[in-house]
Design a protein around this ligand. Structure first.
Ligand SMILES: [Zn+2]
Length: 493
């Protein structure tokens, strides 16, 4: 059971306050948000004339302004040709105002995708037990609402909290390309940052508070192999003209061991820090086979499921968080099956997508991938790798300050039935995190989120796990109070 945490702050009251606010206000707001197809610019070329991003930004900003938080300022920023962004600031209460907490979230969404279960749909909020289904509720519409609610929970008990600033963007799912512009303009107002709270990430399960300790980077491009200027009869040319598909396989084998999935160039790997190894071992102990069982594996005709790359939970988690992986996400030069004739095709093109370990430099990795693939082409075939313009560095959180780790662990035990805090490395990429890590090297990071097992952000049947969201909000409130305790008391007025 929750207990008293601090002079004046009662954990039960904090939890009740957050739970009540979620039921009365936040869930109806998120239902309305889910109904709006506020797709990120990359998925909606008409986003500007459609005005849906402006709409969801306005709704969230108006709601925030109505909340009884003395001194809260909420602004909508909208530079010409750029996506809108919410900036909010709240003065410190009862402690030194120099260092700020920086909240981050986003209101743009992924597109619909297919495969929603009957009765569910991307723009149709619906509940199944404690899950609120629909696009964007969990990724990442809840973030601004949870952040403001956590601050209200602190105020409700007259608690102290540091100065707070918040940035809620609408370009995240398109690679956050408008964000650096706004961050630069806001830098004087953001000032010194002591804690970054990113509410756009994942959780290993719904039974405890999870902190995200690292993210992978990303790079990719098109691998093109051309052998002829026009296709030829495969009976005539086969055995004389090398197949473009075989040449592509050959050069791809320099990048990846096709038997194990291991990427071969050393430049794509980094050493795994000792503390991450310890945390991963603990996460593997908690999750066990759920590390892979949460996927929807295909069963063969014999009823046996497809097996994971490794059947050791610890190695599976390390593969996902700390090792590079390759996916082929598209192809050209291959006709659809019904029009595939017996022809030796002139060219084959693959779209390559690589996830990179947290400490690997993505620009250097991309250059190495290009060198390895284009070096001495077999048969002097036309082998070209055209790198994507966008690539992103991964991120490794700085070592946790003792106060932060203790506060999060206390919160986890208080709000998650006595279960302590756990840490996990995520396999995805949030470009902003490495940007903020560079900009605020002294800051602590609380990267977390509601994207637990099966929550399926980006895919069909995305849901928000409501109890986890409530507990995360209460945990955030507790962390703000704990942070304020580490700062000098406010000088007398
Ligand atoms: Zn997101």
């Amino acid at each position: 059971m929750p207990e008293t945490l601090d002079a004046g702050i009662d954990a039960t009251r904090l939890q009740d306050f957050c739970g009540q606010r979620w039921n009365d206000e936040l869930l109806p707001l998120l239902e309305a948000y889910i109904r709006v197809p506020a797709k990120s610019p990359a998925f909606d070329p008409e986003w500007e004339t459609r005005g849906l991003l402006d709409h969801v930004v306005q709704e969230a900003a108006d709601w925030a302004r109505r909340q009884p938080l003395p001194g809260l300022r909420v602004e909508v920023l909208r530079s010409a040709g750029r996506t809108p962004l919410i900036f909010f600031e709240l003065p410190a209460r009862g402690c030194d105002a120099q260092e700020a907490v920086f909240f981050y979230g986003h209101l743009d969404k992924q597109p619909e995708f297919e495969g929603w279960r009957p009765g569910l749909g991307p723009w149709q909020p619906s509940y199944d037990g404690t899950r609120l289904y629909g696009r964007g509720g969990a990724d990442d519409g809840y973030a601004i609402y949870a952040a403001i609610t956590a601050l209200m929970a602190v105020h409700d008990q007259g608690g102290a909290h540091p100065r707070c600033v918040g940035v809620i963007e609408t370009c995240e799912e398109s690679g956050s390309h408008d964000l650096p512009h706004y961050l630069q303009a806001l830098a004087p107002r953001i000032g010194q940052v002591g804690l970054v709270v990113c509410l756009d990430s994942g959780a290993g399960d719904y039974e405890r508070l999870w902190l995200v300790s690292s993210l992978r980077g990303y790079c990719g491009g098109r691998l093109e192999v051309q052998v002829l200027d026009e296709g030829a009869h495969s009976g005539d040319a086969g055995g004389i003209v090398p197949s473009s598909f075989r040449v592509l396989r050959h050069v791809l084998d320099r990048l990846e061991d096709s038997a194990t999935g291991r990427l071969l160039p050393a430049a794509l790997h980094c050493e795994i820090p000792a503390d991450r190894l310890v945390q991963t071992r603990e996460a593997a102990r908690i999750l066990g086979e759920q590390a892979w069982k949460r996927f929807r594996w295909h069963c063969g005709d014999d009823g046996l499921p497809v097996l994971p790359v490794v059947r050791d939970p610890e190695q599976a988690l390390l593969n996902r968080a700390w090792r590079p992986t390759l996916a082929v996400t598209g192809a050209e030069g291959l006709p659809p099956l019904q029009s595939a004739g017996n022809v030796l095709r002139p060219r084959t093109v693959f779209k390559l997508s690589l996830r990179l370990p947290p400490l690997v430099d993505s620009a250097a990795a991309l250059a190495e991938v290009q060198r390895v693939l284009e070096d001495s082409p077999p048969y002097q075939a036309g082998v070209h790798f055209v790198p994507d313009r966008g690539h992103a560095r991964g991120w490794n959180a700085p070592a946790y300050a003792p106060w932060l780790e203790a506060a999060l662990d206390d919160a986890s035990r208080a709000f998650f039935n006595g279960n302590g805090l756990a840490s996990i490395g995520q396999g995805g990429t949030i470009p902003l995190m490495s940007l903020l890590g560079e900009q605020y090297p002294a800051a602590q990071f609380m990267a977390c989120g509601v994207l637990g097992p099966n929550s399926n952000a980006h895919g069909p049947n995305e849901f928000l796990h409501v109890p986890y969201a409530k507990r995360l909000t209460a945990s955030l409130a507790m962390t703000l109070v704990a942070y304020a305790r580490t700062l000098r008391p406010a000088p007398p007025a």
